[in-house]
Design a protein around this ligand. Sequence first.
Ligand code: NAD
Length: 244
Amino acid sequence: MRLNGKKALVTGALRGIGKTIADLFIAEGAQVWGLDYKTPDDLDARKEAAGGKLHWIQLDLSVLSSIDEAIEKSIKEADCFDIVVNNAGITKDNLSFRMSLEEWQKVIDINLSAAFFVARSAAKDMIRKRSGSIINMASVVGIHGNGGQANYSASKAGLIAVTKSLASEVASRGVRVNAIAPGYIESDMTAAVPEEARKKMTESIPMKRTGKQEDVARAVLFFASDDSTYVTGQVLPVDGGMFF
Ligand code: NAD
């Protein structure tokens, strides 16, 4: 029960890594506000399974102008979040010379700009309480780049820069900001990768397996909990040794 009594906001909690993080946080004793552009069809069942510890915020993070107000409203409801996980993210892959303005802009808006505005709103309030942990979901491609993903890689590189910049602005006020850089994790996002490419990718990973959502969630838990009280501005790769 490493998060007993804590209140956490997790974006992109509808499915995938975000849902796994929300489930783990609840199992560790936290109350979780899940945020996504839509409400899950099975929300009532999820709430029941969570024993009243799950709340829901429906918000499309691509509408950047709505974020400040929505987050401030949910902060009031929660009476300050102790933990914020900026997990929501999308891909719109294309080769650079074919990439449309829409493919570029949407990925930057959701993965980078929305995460910045969520983190900023939450940090403002955490400073008041002199404590809090913000965790941003970056990616190994935000460090190393990836052909066909200039937009996505740039958004994640930007998120790493936001992590370090914000961390230095709020460190003296008791607020920590860190990032996770997952490698190849099994989820809806990677489900479209053709079998042949998946095999090749798995072969290239030193641990010879793709990542599970739980692998990422447990690393997020480290940054969210008191296990990392003296750690800020860091980027933790969770990639099976893909990049040493
Ligand atoms: P996913 O597509 O399964 O989940 C993404 C979540 O974000 C979904 O719940 C989706 O509804 C939500 N979301 C998307 N657009 C939104 C919007 N406009 N407003 C609100 N919510 C929105 O993907 P995942 O694999 O679970 O990825 C989670 C995070 O991990 C993402 O930031 C992704 O970039 C990052 N990541 C994933 C991998 C991987 O291999 N799966 C690797 C590195 C980083």
